[in-house]
Ligand binder design. Structure first.
Ligand SMILES: Nc1ncnc2c1ncn2[C@@H]1O[C@H](COP(=O)(O)OP(=O)(O)OP(=O)(O)O)[C@@H](O)[C@H]1O
Ligand SMILES: [Mg+2]
Length: 503
């Protein structure tokens, strides 16, 4: 029996047709993957389903069990059993877990006041069910992003959603949190909940989904059962062309040491080390992959090198042979470092600015005359160049980044740092949320940089990416360097062996 159908959906934003006649359906108790490139229209389609874009702002029909649904807002969609967990989390940090779960539908006592006892009791039951060791009164701000994701799921369960949309739910989860999430998805599937799962991670889709539907440029291009298509066929459906080589690593000839880190330590308290005795050299033309488990200290290391950790470091750092003392990100940029972080909202983008302004944000000095006047022509040229090279999908360079799809926002972050022409480019999860086709473009840009003599450090939780693009892999564990592997010797197993050393 058909549970959910969306028919002939059309949606326009000023200057963009985001959805152009999309049709798709999902059965009861099915996990359906919604696939497509950045900007294909996945999030927009799901926002229509869940009432974020109300009836009247789009054309076409939503049918649940044959009944036409016209939602004026998300509350109405929730009442019809449809919940969405957004790509960008939506919880209110200053409120408790229970307050977030019951926001806007708090249980009331017979006197009309909030029934805290019931609210906390029901929240506790949800937390127990998800094996989450928190108290309903804990503030959401004390939880990690992964834990917040689980609270969103608790909320969806509590409204007894029959249709649950998960928009890139694992982008900030640890490996064990992903497994926990998958357990919950399987349990909900057994209970007959229909789930729509958006992700750019093919491994996950193969692991958890029953079927797929692909969108391209706002149109549906096809559907299939998961076992009936190969991964290459899927990718070709998404990007409209064959991708012959996922990791187009160029031969590189390492040159002089550009970044040299010696005896580098950072303490988090007088007697505990966050980073201990790190030695690391990165040469011109080289990509050094930093591998390790979550919490091994990779992000802390690059943040500290970039002057963004706020903790005192011991040891020496040299750039092109000169000793540097980096205390702030400004010092780091001046010294020739660039850091693309995993969290584009926190440290990457100014959402109220347009694509051009964000792209030139860190390069204003080099784009200005000696008297400090910005060269507008060069600024426009810079923005246009990166939109083309990264294939950023945006109506124009003057579009607010707020209006771009998640993956396209990430491309603007990359453009901003590439534009500084750094001596050392540090990438922390650079392709998170980026579609498979655009990943290849980014790898090619990395090649161009190394061939021009720049050095690259890359952190990625996706081992195939580290293996595919690094010349050397430095493995960290518990704040130390656990070992180093040459490209030729590195395998998933040899990396994992070092990463779990001593654990
Ligand atoms: N609020 C908005 N205003 C203007 N344009 C928008 C808005 N939201 C989305 N768009 C545009 O609609 C198109 C589809 O965006 P959408 O966010 O649905 O893509 P997506 O498939 O979810 O991509 P991603 O994988 O990057 O998250 C894009 O061209 C995007 O720029
Ligand atoms: Mg999206």
């Amino acid at each position: 029996m058909i549970k959910l159908e969306m028919k002939d959906i059309l949606k326009e934003f000023p200057g963009v047709r985001a959805l152009n006649d999309v049709t798709f359906s999902a059965n009861r108790g099915e996990v359906l993957a919604l696939l497509g490139e950045n900007g294909a229209g996945k999030s927009t389609l799901m926002k229509i389903l869940s009432g974020v874009y109300p009836y009247g702002t789009y054309e076409g029909d939503i049918l649940v069990d044959g009944q036409v649904c016209r939602f004026a807002n998300t509350r109405e969609a929730e009442r019809a059993g449809i919940a969405i967990i957004h790509q960008e989390l939506n919880l209110i940090h200053g409120l408790s877990i229970a307050e977030n779960v019951f926001l806007g539908r708090e249980p009331k006592t017979k006197w009309g006041t909030i029934d805290w006892k019931r609210m906390h009791g029901e929240t506790q039951a949800l937390l127990d069910r998800l094996h989450l060791p928190f108290h309903p009164t804990h503030l959401v701000s004390t939880l990690s992003v992964g834990q917040q994701q689980m609270i969103e799921i608790a909320k969806a369960i509590s409204i007894q959603a029959q249709i649950l949309v998960l928009d890139e739910p694992t982008s900030a989860l640890t490996e064990s949190e992903v497994q926990r999430l998958f357990d919950v998805i399987r349990e909900l599937r057994r209970e007959g909940v229909t789930m729509i799962y958006i992700s750019h991670k093919m491994d996950e889709i193969e692991a958890i989904c029953d079927g797929i539907t692909v969108l391209r440029d706002g149109s549906s291009v096809g559907s299939a059962r998961i076992g009936d298509v190969t991964r290459n066929e899927l990718i070709a459906m998404m990007v409209g062309r064959d991708i012959s080589q996922m990791f187009p690593k160029a031969e590189s000839v390492p040159g002089d040491v550009i970044l040299s880190v010696q005896n580098y330590s950072v303490k988090k308290s007088p007697d505990t080390y966050l980073l201990q005795d790190i030695n690391l050299d990165v040469r011109a033309g080289e990509v050094v992959g930093l591998a390790g488990l979550m919490g091994a200290g990779r992000t802390e290391l690059v943040m500290s090198l970039f002057g963004a950790l706020g903790l005192k470091a011991e040891g020496t750092v040299r750039i092109s042979g000169t000793r540097v003392n980096i205390q702030t990100p400004r010092d780091a940029i001046q010294a020739g470092l660039a850091l693309v972080t995993e969290d584009r909202k926190e440290s990457g983008l100014v959402l109220s600015m347009n694509v051009r302004e964000n792209t030139s944000l860190v390069s204003l000095q080099t784009l200005s005359s000696r008297l400090g006047k910005l060269d507008h022509k060069r600024e426009h040229g810079l923005a246009a160049r990166y939109i083309e090279e990264l294939r950023t999908k945006t109506p124009s360079a003057e579009t607010n980044v707020n209006n771009l799809s998640g993956g396209n926002q990430q491309k603007v972050v990359l453009a901003k740092w590439l534009a500084t022409q750094p001596k050392v480019l540090i990438l922390d999860e650079p392709t998170r949320g980026i579609d498979v086709g655009a990943k290849v473009e980014i790898y090619q840009l990395i090649n161009q940089l190394t061939q021009a003599g720049h050095a690259v450090i890359m952190i990625s939780s996706e081992l195939p990416e580290v293996l595919g693009m690094s010349d050397r892999i430095v493995v960290m564990a518990e704040g130390r360097v656990a070992g180093e592997l040459a490209r030729a010797d590195a395998t998933q197993e040899s990396i994992m062996k070092l990463a779990t050393k001593g654990a």
